[in-house]
Design a protein. Structure first.
Length: 564
């Protein structure tokens, strides 16, 4: 749920920080005070497009941020991890800046983010309903998702989408085999020729490096023999380095009998004599095995030439020939599978059957869920100033199969008996759209969905008992969701668990927007009285407001007793 919203230099807001709680919160205030600015700011954080006119006059940059508690939404945490946007556990922070040049930047948990990512995340966190907000329920994908969630078969819809993609992939592989038979044959012939050539050459891993080292050794064999022999003679023999070191060590040991400090030096010379003797032995072994064989040198040269020529022909490095042979064998195996047309046709047919079976099951379930949802929403509309109105979640058979199933879903509505039903997004006015959205949310309130619902001017064009019914519905929704509502009707505001008053704050020549949290009963009653009668508040108006508040507010004590 939304826990905090901060706004800087946006429209007429200089600086506002608002904390939110669960339950039902209303925002009220005089016309033009800036109630809907908070909704607009939230919409921008969730991916809406920025208009430079939304920048506060004289400001260089606007900055918006919102914090959400996602502790009960592991799927959102998983999405953030997958996108590389994770932050503090159980929380997500959205931030956006907007400048006078029309540039906009967005961050999610401190990571730079695209507007598409902000929008995708926003659809999981908030539903905005109102005349000036993105209205998810007016979009076909959202309507389809709501019916699927309402019926409890969203997982079947995902399985159907996966089956559709698998079918299309199998179709593509089959068509590619049909259309590319000649090209595949040419590729196969070329690969077979290369495989036979490389298999006959049989290049081994690290062979090129070993042969190159051997070639260098054989080419310089005479010089190596001379160097090794002279070094061996210098190290070993009657008057060589080893003998002189042995004699020196003996003299130092004798002298150490008179000064113990020389004992360590004598030991070091002894160690050096041992090392020199070992080096001389290694040189003798080296000379025994070093052979300047012209025949061996010719064989190495011939092998190097063969490997080099093959590498140049196939445009790879000589040391990469073993890998090229393995790739050639693998590609031939893949081509064999790709060109097995009967097998590809059988696989495509099997995957088509699997998709159509799932899609048919999905259609049956959607038909039942759409009927039930239509009944419930229509019933809720009767109490929301839409008497005689009708709602229908209609299934429309698709001309072609699609990942979302064999049909599309359209929400049709008629706001009153004389109006023919039509698509929700085109037929309903702003206020009607908000009320239909409210009716849908009430009807689907048992379905797990986004945790925060925001209604902007949901009560446009209504009053009296209908307004009270709207407030009651919002209060009911807030039992399982966080509900925020911008309203100008006291009958709606009286139902709220929390009341925020938005007001103009005059500072010198400028006017800014400020927010007051009305946390005590008297302040709330005064605001309700202002909403009823305007600036002139009488004792009678205040008494009426107190009665309204007492009659509609949620009773915390009664709720607590019920839980006990």
């Amino acid at each position: 749920m939304l826990t905090a919203l901060a706004i800087r230099d946006f429209v007429v807001v200089e600086s506002i920080d608002v904390e939110f709680r669960d339950g039902f919160t209303v925002l009220t205030g005089e016309t033009g005070a800036g109630k809907s600015i908070l909704v607009d700011a939230l919409g921008l954080l969730l991916g809406d497009r920025f208009d430079v006119r939304q920048l506060r006059q004289g400001a260089a940059r606007a900055e918006l941020s919102a914090t959400f508690d996602i502790g009960a939404m592991p799927e959102v945490g998983a999405w953030l991890d997958a996108e590389g946007l994770a932050g503090d556990e159980g929380e997500v922070l959205l931030r956006r800046t907007l400048d006078a040049q029309g540039r906009s930047r967005a961050w999610i948990n401190g990571h730079p983010a695209t507007l598409q990512q902000a929008s995708t995340l926003g659809e999981r966190l908030v539903d905005l309903h109102g005349q000036h907000a993105h209205q998810a329920l007016a979009r076909a994908p959202a309507q389809r998702a709501l019916v699927d969630a309402f019926g409890g078969f969203a997982s079947l819809a995902r399985e159907t989408a996966d089956a559709f993609r698998a079918w299309r992939a199998a179709d593509a592989a089959r068509d590619a085999a049909r259309d590319g038979a000649a090209a595949q044959a040419r590729e196969r012939d070329a690969l077979m020729e290369r495989r036979e050539e490389l298999a006959a050459l049989a290049p081994a891993a690290h062979e090129w490096e070993a042969l190159a080292a051997t070639q260098s050794r054989l080419a310089h064999a005479s010089a190596l023999i001379d160097t090794a022999a002279s070094a061996q003679a210098a190290l070993d023999g009657d008057d060589a380095i080893a003998a002189r070191l042995a004699a020196l060590a003996q003299r130092l040991r004798q002298a150490a009998q008179h000064d113990a400090a020389l004992a360590a030096i004598a030991a070091a010379v002894d160690s050096a004599q041992v090392e020199v003797t070992e080096a001389a032995r290694s040189l003798r072994d080296y000379l025994d095995h070093l052979d300047a064989d012209p025949g061996e040198e010719a064989r190495v040269e011939e092998r190097l030439t063969a490997l080099h020529d093959a590498a140049r022909k196939h445009r790879v490095r000589p040391e990469a020939l073993p890998e090229l042979l393995a790739e050639t064998v693998g590609r031939l195996a893949a081509l064999a599978a790709e060109s097995d047309l009967p097998a590809l046709e059988a696989r495509a047919a099997a995957r088509e059957r699997a998709y159509r079976e799932l899609a048919a099951t999905l259609t049956r379930k959607r038909r039942m869920a759409a009927t039930e949802l239509s009944h419930r929403v229509t019933a809720a509309m009767q109490e929301l100033a839409m008497k005689g109105g009708r709602f229908e979640a209609r299934l429309i058979e698709s001309a072609e199969p699609a990942s979302h199933g064999a049909e599309s879903i359209e929400f049709d509505v008629s706001a009153h008996p004389a109006q023919p039903p039509g698509p929700l997004a085109r037929v309903a006015s702003g206020g009607e759209l908000s009320r239909v959205a409210l009716a849908i949310q009430v009807a689907a309130s048992g379905v797990a969905g986004v945790p925060t619902l925001v209604f902007d001017e949901v009560d446009t064009g209504i009053g009296g008992a209908v307004a009270a019914a709207v407030g009651e519905r919002l209060q009911s929704l807030a039992a399982s969701r966080q509900v925020l509502c911008v309203t100008h009707l006291p009958q709606v505001a009286a139902h709220a668990d929390r009341h925020l008053r938005v007001r103009k704050d005059g500072r010198g020549k400028g006017v800014a927007t400020a927010i007051d949290a009305l946390d005590d009963d008297d302040a709330r009653v005064d605001e309700l009285a202002r909403m009823m009668s305007g600036a002139s508040i009488t004792d009678a108006t205040r008494a009426h407001a107190r009665e309204l508040y007492a009659g509609h507010r949620r009773k915390p004590k009664a709720r607590k007793a019920k839980r006990a």
